[in-house]
Design a protein around this ligand. Structure first.
Ligand SMILES: Cc1ncc(C[n+]2csc(CCOP(=O)(O)OP(=O)(O)O)c2C)c(N)n1
Ligand code: SF4
Ligand SMILES: [Mg+2]
Length: 285
């Protein structure tokens, strides 16, 4: 299947230079390749929030569902629980899942729900024209904070490592091959996979120069390992000051039974957590 086969007739209304184009393109490439390799097209479901990022649901020609703002993850979780054969991809905004829906994000990580979350983190409310979000920097002069945001930014990667996510990675919308590879890794991960994308908002918070200068690549061979201390160190390396470094790549990865697997084990009559569930899973894989 060609990537172009997944393009819908919907008119694209993203601004020129928007980082969402790269995310859409990378996701299309990965889904097209997986379909070529045998995954039925109708097994993919895309759930989006409300915002510029949400238009992915209009532009990507797979099953999709517009959730309401802040409720992307519970809708995706419900779909994944109802039909275990589906591959559920969730595209959320930073306002959407670090603000209004933050509790859902923490619980999806804590439960290790088997879905893939791609966060289009432009560090601004794009669709509503430039208000601050939880990841906007201190002093951000948005529409709702003309004197500058008086809040420190949230560190989503540190939060996710701390909450128990089993795959945590960061990409940048101007590094397409790496973005594609990380989407592929996230989709092939069994468990909650969290991919934060530094997405350029060309109109309301264009950080292209800053990201180009401050990002660096992790060695993909070295880092996708289950070392929480290392992952937290990497996540905190970016302290949001203008001179700190921003790692790109997989910071953390481990294999733990998923929420769905725990529920399946319970349905099979296994009540004892830990070893019994691991044995049950070993038999199935
Ligand atoms: C429950 C609810 N609250 C608020 C809004 C208004 N609203 C729509 S989009 C949006 C901001 C979206 O920001 P973000 O999630 O970062 O997405 P982006 O547009 O940046 O991709 C807001 C506040 C809404 N539609 N529904
Ligand atoms: S407002 Fe920002 S995020 Fe929204 S389409 Fe324009 S550039 Fe993209
Ligand atoms: Mg945003």
């Amino acid at each position: 299947m060609a990537t172009s086969d997944l393009i819908t007739p919907a008119t694209n209304t993203w601004c020129p230079g928007c980082g969402n184009f790269a995310i859409e393109h990378a996701l299309k490439d990965v889904v097209a390749r997986m379909i070529d390799e045998g995954t039925p097209a109708d097994e993919f479901v895309l759930v989006t929030g409300i915002g510029c990022h949400g238009k992915m649901a209009d532009y990507l020609g797979i099953n999709s569902f517009y959730a309401i703002h802040g409720r992307t993850i519970p809708v995706a979780t419900g779909i994944a629980l109802a039909n275990p054969d589906l591959r559920v991809i969730c595209c959320a905004g930073d306002g959407d899942c670090y603000g209004e829906g933050l509790e859902h994000l923490v619980f999806a990580a804590k439960r290790n729900v088997d879905i893939t979350l791609v966060v289009h983190d432009n560090r601004v409310y794009g669709l509503t024209t430039g208000q601050y979000t939880p990841t906007s920097p201190l002093g951000f002069p948005g529409r709702s904070t003309p004197a500058g945001s008086p809040e420190y930014p949230l560190n989503p990667l540190a939060l996710m490592v701390g909450a128990g996510a089993t795959f945590v990675a960061r990409a940048y919308s101007r590094r397409l091959p790496q973005l594609r590879a990380l989407i592929e890794n996230a989709l092939s991960h069994r468990g909650f996979s969290f991919l934060e994308v530094l997405q350029v908002c060309a109109s309301f918070y264009n950080q292209t120069g800053y990201y180009d200068e401050h990002t660096y690549d992790l060695d993909p061979e070295e880092f996708p390992i289950a070392d929480v201390d290392r992952a937290l160190h990497l996540a905190r390396e970016w302290d949001y000051s203008r001179d700190s470094r921003i790692s790109l790549g997989a910071l953390y990865r481990s294999r733990l039974p998923t929420y769905q697997e725990h529920l399946a084990a319970q349905r099979a009559g296994i009540r004892e957590p830990g070893r019994a569930i691991r044995e049950f899973l070993d038999e199935r894989t």
